[in-house]
Design a protein around this ligand. Structure first.
Ligand code: SAM
Length: 269
């Protein structure tokens, strides 16, 4: 089985849209009158949730109407957030077909325009120099050849455009515990150090202009998230029955300094 197939299998739920709507209904939401804000607990699949998305977006410094690429868009939380709050024209791609379908369905349901298609980050279906900016949240951990992805992002970005990355990156050589939200075992886990990311960015034609370690904010967010696992609504609906173990392993490894969520901002040379 190819790596990409294993990765998309890891994320595929099978009945995700119905499970999310049922969870929202159990939590007392009217699913026929949802707003993008109602989805924030379920549709931001990275450490720190919507506040982390906004914190990354702040650094892209793009005007309303900018065309922005979301690499590994998941079920579309960050895309809807930026489309609704900043007026960016977001185009998301993701490997996992079910996520793309759910991203489209949720966007239609809440009336926020963003486009989504199934594609690999290593072969982006877009013309050269066609985006003003690009971002990627918690996706690189599934991709061994980061330089290949960054070269694709560089190809579709206009010169001078910013690329914002927010990934879990290795900090030490402590033992890795599975499962984690992005992987059930070593075959699909391709976490790397910030230095490896920076070298790959540089080789792909970017200049890294900023780096920020979000460990402390992330540990606080993790605590809140672990407390939510007993509730009917929350990211655990997306992550399935092993969610408590995945979240506990993540927190333990962040506390032990195995990895940290890191932001990198790079400019297309
Ligand atoms: C942890 S989720 C993050 C989703 C989204 N970025 C968010 O923050 O809500 C990782 C996503 O990356 C996608 N992904 C992993 N490898 C990919 C690749 N090579 N190309 C495109 N998407 C990929 C997965 O399908 C999954 O939706």
């Amino acid at each position: 089985m190819s790596l990409e197939h294993s990765v998309s299998q890891h994320y595929t739920h099978g009945n995700l849209e119905a499970a999310l709507l049922a969870a929202l209904q159990r939590a007392g939401r009217n699913i026929d009158a949802l707003s993008y804000a109602d989805l924030a607990l379920v549709d931001e699949f990275h450490i720190g949730g919507r506040p982390a998305t906004r914190a990354l977006g702040d650094q892209l410094d793009l005007p309303e109407g900018a065309r922005v690429l979301d690499i590994g868009c998941g079920i579309g939380g960050p895309a809807r957030c930026f489309a609704a709050e900043r007026g960016w024209k977001i185009e998301g791609v993701d490997l996992t077909a079910e996520y793309v379908e759910v991203a489209k369905a949720l966007s239609q349901r809440v009336g926020v325009g963003a486009s989504f298609r199934q594609a690999s980050a290593t072969a982006l279906p877009f013309a050269d120099a066609s985006f003003d900016g690009a971002y990627m949240l918690h996706v690189g951990m599934n991709i061994p050849d980061k330089q290949a992805v960054f070269a694709e992002v560089r190809r579709v970005l206009k010169e001078g455009g910013l690329f914002a990355i927010y990934d879990a990156m290795l900090q030490g050589d402590g033992a890795f515990a599975y499962p984690v939200p992005w992987s059930s075992g070593p075959a699909t886990n391709h976490t790397a150090t910030p230095d490896a990311y920076k070298a790959a960015l540089s080789a792909a034609g970017f200049t890294v202009v900023k780096e920020r370690n979000r460990r402390d904010a992330a540990l606080q967010a993790m605590q809140r998230r672990i407390e939510q696992t007993a509730q009917p609504i929350g990211l655990p609906v997306v992550m399935g029955p092993t969610a408590p173990q995945k979240l506990a392993n993540m927190r333990d490894m962040m506390e032990r300094g195995v990895f940290a969520p890191i932001e990198l901002i790079a400019r297309a040379d």
